[in-house]
Structure formats: C-alpha cells, structure tokens
Write a protein that binds this ligand. Sequence first.
Ligand code: UDP
Length: 238
Amino acid sequence: VAETPNRKRVLLKVSGEALMGDGAFGVEQKTVERIAKDVAEVVRSGTEVCLVVGGGNIFRGVAAAAKGMDRAQGDYAGMLATVINALLLQNALERELITTRVMSAIHMSSVAEPYIRRRAVRHMEKGRVVIFAAGTGNPFFTTDTAAALRAAEMECDILLKGTQVDGVYSADPKQDPSATRYDELTYMTVLSNQLSVMDAAAISLARENRLPIIVFNIGEEGSFGRVMRGEGAFTRII
Ligand code: UDP
C-alpha cells in the first residue's frame, strides 16, 4: 500500500475472549481466521490498522490472584498469553496476504520485535498491520489501557473495541431484555456511571487525548468493515 497523507489510522482492540468463538477457553481457529479476514478487508479499503490483542481467553492475573497467586506474577503470565494470541492473529493475517509485525512490550526477540514507537509508526506508514503484544508491559494494567495508550502513541483517529455485544447497554442485555443500547456516550458518563466498557484508566487516557472510542460486536462477520463505513450497530464514546 502506498503512503497516502490523511489516510485514516485506527487501532482495533481484540479481546482474548473474542478469539474463543463458541469455546469456553483458548482459541478457536476459525474465529481467528474470520477476524483476520475482517481486518484484511479494512486494510484493503485503505485504512491503516494496528491491533492490540488481549489474553483473557488464556490467563488473567486478577483471576489468578483471587485464587492466591501473586498478582504481579499472574499479570506477567497474562501478558505472555497476549503474545500467544498475537502470533496466531499474525499467522491468520499473513494467510490473507497482509504484511504484519508483532511488537511486544516485553522483550522476546526470537518471536517479536521490541516495541519502539517510532518504528511502529514507520511500519504503519508502510501499510503494515502492527500487532501490539504484551499489553503495556506492566502488571496491574489491562490490554484496554494498552489499547488506549498505543492508539494515542500512534496518533490514531479512532480506538475500536471489539466485544461480544454490539455496543454499550443500559444494563446487561443478556440478563435484562429491557436494556437499551446507547448510540453515543461521553467519557464522563462512562466514568461517573461506571459503565463496564473499558477500565477507567483506558477511558481517562482516551479522554485526555480526545480519542473517540467505538464499541461494537466483533463476533459478527464483517462488522469491523461496517463500523468503519458508519453502518450497523455500535456505541460511540466521545
Ligand atoms: N496484563 C497486564 N498488563 C497489561 C496488559 C495485560 O498485566 O498492560 C495482564 C493481566 O493479567 C490481564 C492479562 O494480561 O488479565 C490479559 O489481558 P486482558 O485481561 O486485558 O485481556 P482481555 O480481557 O482483553 O482478553
């Protein structure tokens, strides 16, 4: 892809759970392939895309700490889980003939490049999809915060959070059928009403950097492309 000024640059956060598909744990290959296809479609439309991938489908530090594990140690294990997911996504994207680079916040030079901001920007300018692995590299953070951080560093136009529901609801739509979806919310509403979209650190970072967040259902085939065209259901946080 040629370098074009004013091309849109977006960061897509893919949660670990999104990779489970119908499974209860780990990775469902066909789901990873389908998400890669959706990302490839958006890349081919001329958008610069980078990804932050979670690890909750494999390991979560908080959950391990609740069972007695040292929190920081558990968090490091969680960050390594995101590297596994990143490698799987990279493979699926390359099968779609998309050029990718995995950049890890934890040095792992045999499998991924170290995260260097200026180098990541350069990759993106060349049309490569950069997959940011290992979160922020610090325990006590989440990959949602890593997504807001990297999106700010890459000067992205939008941060998209792919979840299992098509936006932010007034209540859990799976439990409460009267729950309604918000089309638009402010960062402050999300923070003060403690709406469970992203953790407060991520929302605050996005707010400080005037980074719009779009929450959508990544479980639906082609949804990433639709949201990029302004179609389909989603919630915008501005
Ligand atoms: N994690 C961390 N620091 C970070 C990002 C992630 O310690 O900057 C750890 C944390 O233990 C977390 C796990 O990695 O539970 C997996 O990430 P996350 O829960 O954010 O993944 P997701 O919910 O998106 O699947």
